[in-house]
Design a protein around this ligand. Structure first.
Ligand code: NAD
Length: 500
């Protein structure tokens, strides 16, 4: 392959120049072996374009560029100038917001409305938030006794490998890039092979913002080859990963050979508990958005709902009505679409297979349970699916399905609800619906989860740290913790007497 760019016309008529190559040292390059990865529009199964696919030689080249940049002017730049560059990048994303939203809607199948108003807006807020942190990373002074003073600095870690999933291609990448750069690191970004296009478009904006060569390098490539090479690379200091739990475990194994730092944001099967005093209508609305948004492809989606027996049937009936009212399945570019296609045929097949598992396991199918047929007969569309009367041993209650697929079960006692909420290997998010503040706080204390939402679900905020308990990963993104994750402390002891 040699073409490094292509002019595309998106389904919404927007024309733009799409980069296809590997972005190394602020230049577009062909892949060493001339390999390509086609990227598919999940709404009609047609190829959008083919991007260059990196191999291990390209990874080496990108790491060399990132190391040079880290040891060069980036390391010594005034911290407020780093912040200004991130503000500039945020401004450029704002200018190119329609194109970036179009790319993610086209490549991923998410609705244009969500891509424009949530993903792109989220990416801009992240950049502005972390731009503000750039010159506020302070160490501390420790004053142990008259003879001694010590200070602790927070330094950048070095060259970071950021491995990105396909469910939020732009905003997941920016969640890593913004704090990493604000803290003074350099990066190799590996885009997900299913959705590489917005990361490549973003790379051009990085250069336009004036971020020096080698600070951000963007590679496409498979997880098996390029992802593994990044995880194992001897000259990468840290891996920041979002994706599945099995891949997170594999990355830890590969990273162990060099003891590099790892942060993992992996899977979930987040519970929502609805107590009898809850505002039922609000619980239904939040519960629906908490699982059905983004085609259910959200790591912290509240995919298990436990409802007190007194209000259980009402909840199930109202939830079904909400799905029928809101979950309009269709073309991601239509303004009234709530749910687009699943991202790939693999994910489509996976969701369908769990629908069959649910039926086999004897859960009550409330709605969905099949592919969604549109007029063209093309695209990876599934019907939003609700199973009720599930038991905790069922695979549909334990496994992360990653689709518009929710399970609902009744409970009788608070302690039972807490026990069941904690009864998976995951611990990413949990939602508690009640008007009783003591109960809300008591339950929140006992749920093993990195985030608790009281009377909401998936209500994330750039200022608030996010991450997992148990097999949902470790390390935190967003908030102050999100930038600390990209720093390493150095302690300096000063002998004030200069004598032993
Ligand atoms: P995945 O974990 O395989 O892929 C995520 C990223 O990791 C991609 O960039 C991929 O290329 C890379 N990768 C894959 N294997 C790798 C390896 N051995 N070393 C380094 N990098 C590697 O996820 P998937 O297969 O695309 O999706 C499967 C399941 O993962 C989904 O059904 C869902 O359960 C889960 N998932 C979770 C999230 C999340 O936000 N937590 C995001 C995407 C997928």
């Amino acid at each position: 392959m040699s073409d490094l760019h292509v002019y595309l016309i998106a389904p919404n008529g927007l024309k733009f120049k799409q980069p296809l190559g590997l972005f190394i040292d602020n230049e577009w390059r062909s892949s060493s072996r001339g390999m390509g990865i086609p990227t598919i529009n999940p709404a009609n199964e047609e190829e959008i374009c083919t991007v260059h696919a990196a191999d291990t030689k390209d990874v080496d080249m990108a790491v060399e560029a990132a190391r040079r940049a880290f040891n060069g002017e980036w390391r010594t730049l005034d911290t407020s100038v780093r912040g200004e560059l991130l503000y500039k990048l945020a401004g450029l994303i704002e200018q190119h917001a329609d194109v970036l939203a179009t790319i993610d809607a086209w490549d991923n199948g998410k609705t244009y409305h969500a891509a424009r108003n949530e993903d792109v807006v989220g990416a801009i807020s992240l950049l502005r938030y972390y731009a503000g942190w750039s010159d506020k990373i302070h160490g501390k002074v420790i004053d142990p006794n008259a003879d001694k003073l010590a200070y602790v600095m927070r330094e950048p870690i070095g060259v970071c490998g950021a491995i990105i999933p396909w469910n939020f291609p732009l905003v997941n990448m920016v969640t890593k890039v913004a704090p990493a750069l604000a803290a003074g690191n350099t990066l190799i970004v590996k885009a997900a092979e299913q959705t590489p296009l917005s990361a490549l478009y973003f790379a051009n904006l990085v250069k336009e913002a004036g971020i020096p060569a080698g600070v951000v390098n963007v590679l496409n490539g498979t997880g098996r080859e390029v992802g593994s090479a990044i995880a194992a690379h001897a000259d990468i200091d840290m891996i920041t990963f979002t994706g599945s739990t099995p891949t997170g475990k594999q990355i830890m194994k590969n990273a162990a050979s060099t003891l590099k730092r790892v942060t993992l944001e992996t899977g979930g099967k987040s519970p929502m508990l609805v107590f009898p005093d809850a505002d039922l209508e609000q619980a239904v609305r939040w519960g629906h958005r908490g699982i059905m948004s983004n085609q259910g492809q959200v790591c912290s989606a509240t995919s298990r709902i436990f409802v007190h027996a007194d209000i259980y049937e009402d909840f199930v009936n109202q939830f079904k009505a909400e799905v029928e009212r809101i979950s309009k399945v269709g073309d991601p570019f239509h303004s009234d679409t709530f749910q687009g296609p699943q991202v790939t045929r693999d994910q489509f097949d996976r969701v369908l297979s769990y629908m069959e598992t649910g039926k086999r396991e004897g859960a009550r199918l409330v709605c969905g349970g099949k592919a969604f047929k549109n007029v063209r007969g093309k695209g990876f569309y599934v019907a939003p699916t609700v199973f009720a009367d599930v038991t905790d041993s069922m695979a549909i209650v334990q496994d992360e399905v990653f689709g518009p697929f929710v399970v609902i079960a009744p409970f009788h006692e608070e302690s039972e609800a807490i026990k069941r909420a904690n009864s998976t290997v995951f611990g990413l998010g949990a939602s508690v619906f009640t008007k009783d503040i003591s109960r809300a706080l008591r339950v929140s204390k006992r749920i093993q989860s990195g985030t608790i939402w009281i009377n909401s679900s998936n209500d994330d905020d750039v200022r608030v740290p996010f991450g997992g308990y148990k097999q949902s990963g470790f390390g935190r993104e967003m908030g102050e913790e999100g930038i600390e994750a990209f720093t390493i402390t150095k302690s300096v002891h000063i002998n004030l007497n200069a004598r032993l």
